[in-house]
Design a protein around this ligand. Structure first.
Ligand SMILES: Nc1ncnc2c1ncn2[C@@H]1O[C@H](COP(=O)(O)OP(=O)(O)OP(=O)(O)O)[C@@H](O)[C@H]1O
Ligand SMILES: [Mg+2]
Length: 473
């Protein structure tokens, strides 16, 4: 099985940095080898070419002296060649390997038997040999045969030091290594920085996912760019928002169902004793004459029984909602009916004025007329109760695509932000005589109609409730 370079748990940042470093090092090694190779070839071949040139001139100028056996003349030529700055030696070798003339006088007469000299003495064309002297100096050894007419009489041999060139190559190598190390350090820092930049949003995503798993649906990712990572963060946030909404919806529905069940049971059990009480009060009134004081008590009891009856109806409407029987309903008719009822309702002060202006293009809605009436009644009653003695309520309608929006605006005290979040919760009320079911019922009816409801309110600036329902196509 292939071994992994990094453990499975290595972070993205480590992987990214390792990739960057490995590729930099790889690239650098290839460049270094290439540069050194090219430089070495260029330098050595130029030394070789110039060395050969010198050796050929040496051989050519030696021909007359060799032909005449003119030792002095040859010594002159040899010394002249050996004076070249890089020349280590110059000599004329006889085919037997014997040194005929040498730039170092004492070498004269020696017979060289080392392989290099043997090859040089036997060379019948120009040759170049490379070796390193005992003192470590690298040498190019050139040997060119000296022909007198067609007879090979001797070999002109010259040794050039290539120490300077080799030192240059080493220097270049060192500079490249130094540059490479600098580049590597830079690439390490750069890779760390870039990988940090790239992996930070991914880490945030991982952290965000963990938060979600832990149940924190309020967590959102910062969207810092428009690239793939930014899009991912946006998609993530959208998903979490939808998830939070779905969870909230589910919790609300479950809670509503449970509360509805209890409400319906309580209402059902309360209904019979209430009926009995109403009958008894009726009988009391019809019987023997009642003193003024008792009559007042009976009136209070009747009012309270009436209040309880309304509450029982609310409990039932909330707990056992009836599916809407949608039909073509004229909003103006329903409004007229509700306004008429409100005018007669004792809970609504005569100081409250209700204005309504219905847009002719937004009069017909698809709804259950009785349920729509209950929605408008609850909303208008809330507005009237919130304002107390005096105030103005405006009912307007408008058309938005296929929907008709009914807006009920009052100039009452408004709703505090923390209460605003709870007004649709069953049993949430700020009124001492309220059941807190009015808006819960409204919301349920509107939802059942496939519509929507929203409330715009600020303390001291009045309240507007918008109900949107399907209009006529
Ligand atoms: N137009 C409004 N202006 C100010 N506050 C409002 C308005 N409408 C509703 N509220 C607030 O929302 C709360 C809940 O209203 P909801 O109709 O559900 O219950 P309620 O009116 O208190 O009782 P119920 O309607 O059952 O008699 C109210 O108690 C009130 O605090
Ligand atoms: Mg109400």
């Amino acid at each position: 099985m292939p071994r992994r370079l990094l453990p499975r748990t290595a972070s993205l940042q480590t992987r990214f940095a390792l990739q960057a470093v490995l590729s930099t090092v790889g690239l650098f090694v290839i460049v270094m080898i290439l540069v050194l190779y090219v430089q070495r070839r260029a330098l050595l071949s130029s030394v070789e070419a110039s060395g050969l040139e010198i050796a050929k001139i040496f051989a050519f100028s030696s021909v007359p002296a060799v032909a005449n056996g003119d030792y002095l003349m040859l010594q002159h030529v040899v010394d002249g060649i050996a004076s070249e700055p890089r020349a280590l030696y110059a000599m004329i070798l006889l085919p037997s390997g014997e040194v005929f003339v040498h730039s170092t006088a004492r070498e004269r007469g020696h017979v060289y038997r080392d392989p290099l000299s043997v090859r040089a003495a036997a060379a019948d064309r120009a040759i170049v040999q490379h070796y390193v002297r005992d003192d470590g100096i690298p040498v190019f050894d050139f040997a060119v045969p000296v022909f007198v007419l067609t007879e090979r009489r001797a070999t002109a041999r010259v040794g050039l030091s290539i120490e300077r060139e080799m030192a240059g190559i080493t220097r270049t190598g060192l500079s490249i290594v130094f540059l490479g190390l600098a580049a590597l350090t830079f690439s390490l820092v750069w890779a760390a920085y870039q990988s940090r930049k790239l992996t930070r949003p991914v880490e945030a995503l991982v952290k965000g996912t963990r938060e979600i798993v832990r149940g924190n649906l309020d967590h959102r990712l910062p969207v810092r760019s428009a690239d793939e990572i930014g899009q991912l963060a946006e998609a993530f946030n959208k998903m979490v928002t939808e998830l939070a909404a779905a969870r909230h919806d589910l919790i609300t529905k479950t809670r509503m169902a449970a509360m509805g069940e209890i409400s319906a049971r309580v209402a059902h059990e309360t209904r019979n004793p209430l009926g009995a009480l109403t009958n008894c009060l009726h009988l009391l009134r019809r019987g023997k004459p009642i003193a003024q004081e008792d009559a007042e008590l009976i009136e209070i009891m009747e009012a309270e029984v009436q209040r309880l009856n309304t509450m029982v109806s609310d409990f039932l409407a909330f707990g056992r909602p009836r599916p809407p029987r949608a039909d073509r309903v004229d909003l103006r008719e329903v409004l007229t009916r509700v306004l008429g009822l409100l005018e007669r309702d004792l809970a609504v002060s005569p100081g409250i004025h209700i204005e309504s202006s219905v847009d002719p293009a937004a009069t017909i809605v698809w709804a259950d007329a009785a349920q729509l009436q209950q929605v408008l009644w609850n909303l208008l009653l809330n507005a009237a109760q919130a304002m107390g003695e005096t105030g103005k309520i405006r009912v307007t309608t408008s058309r938005r695509d296929d929907m008709v929006e009914v807006a009920i605006a009052d100039d009452g005290p408004g709703i505090a932000p923390d209460a605003l979040a709870k007004i649709f919760d069953p049993f949430f009320t700020t009124r001492s005589t309220g059941s807190g079911l009015g808006l819960a019922i409204v919301k349920r009816i509107v939802d059942d109609h496939g519509g929507s409801i929203r409330v715009d309110s600020k303390p001291g600036a009045g309240t507007t409730v918008f109900v949107s329902l399907c209009g006529e196509r």
